[in-house]
Design a protein around this ligand. Structure first.
Ligand SMILES: [Zn+2]
Length: 201
């Protein structure tokens, strides 16, 4: 059974507007580009995959909402503002009109571990996933499934082994899953474009 799209954490959502943020338009354009490349979207069974996020401050970030994979161009209300993540209690507090992505904890782990990172992208691709596995890209343990505090901890550990604030890795226990992050939206997107060019050659 595919596990994508299924929220495994306890979600505490407070109704509210997403603040206007510098860089939002760029993040949203990046998400549309990934949708057009079919790296974010929806499987034939109706389950969405892929998500993007951007840091707001030390703790908080905005992330695409759950079940938005069918929509090509998102509006602000398709995003949730994540206020805090509690790994120990497996819970996420967010503000918005929509639940944060099922993979919020994975994004949060990167922000928490690397203060210089301001954007995280998670895409799905059979081609890129297999290519990166073959080429020995950094990867989380294949025994760790998606959307869990265990994966968040593993991601935090993994990204400290990758030098700098830009990186790309595979979530080996989450089939087709690839995560890129960077100091800017542009650098995170560049990471995806780079493996896309190599992996689809
Ligand atoms: Zn995923």
């Amino acid at each position: 059974m595919r596990q994508e799209g299924y929220i495994k954490y306890r979600s505490y959502l407070t109704d509210g507007a997403i603040p206007e943020l510098d860089g939002f338009e760029e993040l949203n354009r990046c998400r549309t580009e990934l949708f057009d490349l079919r790296l974010i979207g929806i499987y034939p069974d109706g389950i969405g995959f892929g998500n993007v996020s951007m840091r707001v401050d030390t703790e908080r970030f905005i992330i695409t909402g759950s079940a938005t994979g069918a929509v090509r161009e998102l509006a602000r209300d398709h995003y949730a503002l994540v206020e805090s993540i509690d790994l120990k209690n497996n819970s996420v507090h967010a503000v918005g009109k929509i639940n944060a992505s099922a993979e919020t904890m994975s994004h949060g782990a990167v922000y928490r571990t690397l203060p210089g990172v301001n954007a995280v992208i998670h895409i799905h691709s059979r081609l890129l996933f297999d290519y990166m596995r073959r080429e020995g890209y950094p990867a989380t343990d294949a025994a760790i499934p998606f959307g869990t505090p265990e994966l968040a901890l593993a991601i935090g550990y993994l990204v400290t082994s990758i030098p700098g604030d830009d990186g790309v890795f595979v979530t080996a226990g989450h089939d087709e899953g690839v995560i890129a992050y960077g100091a800017t939206v542009a650098s995170a997107l560049a990471g995806i474009r780079q493996v896309y060019t190599k992996g689809t050659m």
